[in-house]
Design a protein around this ligand. Structure first.
Ligand code: C2E
Ligand code: MG
Ligand code: MG
Ligand code: MG
Length: 279
């Protein structure tokens, strides 16, 4: 730890802490301007069905393209946006953008949108979702909301009501980063959801750690018993995909199948000019 290196390291430590604090403050002060300037963009990562070999959905992932500083990853600004409450605005925008973009995707594909705990807990969350569906005309069954265990555990009664209402509207919910939040599994009994999303930390260790395999198999078994589906995130190698398939995981997502990227607008197909056959 910091003290072990003596006084010299202390000052380096403090200097770094100062920089971290400064950077945080910069992000905090810049978020609003960035939002209004239109810095935020949404990238999409394909979700791939191992049985059919087809893309069945896309996860929407927000990106901050700062005009001077370039790409700022979500891990650096989402937590700060959550603290300041800005995530409610950004999150609603991402939701609306993703639902609008769904019209440009193959109609059999769903679009998954991450919902922050803060956004999930806002009073008008459900009416926000209803508004976006109405405004964009997305078929509700194509929309999937990725919610974490933490979000659902904040106020269990309220969460249960929201999840029930989302299901009634025909919207799917996936439990994101499953297995990294609460070890208390009792919420699985109370809550309505369609999918468990196996966290990438389990996938990463699949090839080297037998315990990781045991956890993955157990999550798949649990999903089946609950009548929900399983998706694995962070799949980077063929071997991981093979192991996941063997464990019974149906859908996978990861760099092996495609990195998050701007939406590929399918261009209108125009017939090439006919060549007159030369004899
Ligand atoms: P997440 O929802 O668990 O998203 C998965 C993250 O893993 C994404 O990082 C994705 O780019 C990355 N990933 C995908 N495949 C691979 C792989 O094969 N290997 C590795 N190493 N990583 C992979 P990203 O886009 O940086 O997002 C990080 C987190 O930020 C997300 O984790 C999510 O919690 C949050 N986030 C992203 N977009 C939004 C958003 O629109 N709203 C909210 N509230 N949170 C968001
Ligand atoms: Mg996610
Ligand atoms: Mg995740
Ligand atoms: Mg994650």
């Amino acid at each position: 730890h910091a003290r072990a290196g003596g006084i010299g390291n202390w000052s380096v430590f403090h200097q770094q802490m100062g920089l971290v604090a400064e950077y945080r403050q910069w992000i905090e002060s810049e978020l609003h301007t960035a939002f209004e300037r239109g810095d935020f963009v949404v990238h999409y990562q394909p979700q791939y069905d191992l049985l059919s070999g087809k893309v069945v959905g896309y996860e929407a992932l927000v990106r901050w393209r700062h005009p001077e500083r370039g790409m700022i990853p979500p891990q650096e600004f989402v937590p700060i946006a959550e603290e300041t409450g800005m995530i409610a605005l950004i999150g609603e925008w991402v939701l609306r953008k993703a639902c609008a973009d769904a019209h440009l995707m193959p109609p059999e594909c769903s679009v998954a949108v991450n919902i922050s705990t803060v956004q999930f807990m806002t009073k008008d969350f459900l009416s926000q979702v209803r508004g976006v569906i109405k405004a964009t005309g997305i078929e509700p069954h194509r929309l999937e909301l990725e919610v974490t265990e933490t979000a659902m555990m904040q106020d269990r009664e309220r969460a249960a009501t929201i999840l029930e209402e989302l299901a009634r509207m025909g919207i799917s919910v996936a439990v994101d980063d499953f297995g990294t939040g609460y070890s208390n599994l009792s919420y699985l009994i109370d809550f309505t959801f369609k999918k468990l999303k196996i966290d990438q930390s389990f996938v990463r260790r699949l090839e080297t750690d037998a315990n990781s395999g045991a956890v993955v198999s157990t999550i798949v078994g649990l999903s089946r018993a609950l009548g929900v589906r399983t998706i694995a995130e962070g799949v980077e190698t063929e071997n991981q995909a093979t192991l996941l398939k063997a464990a019974g995981c149906e859908v996978v997502q990861g760099y092996l199948f495609g990195k998050p990227a701007p939406l590929q607008v399918r261009e209108t197909h125009v017939e090439p000019p006919r060549r007159v056959a030369t004899a």
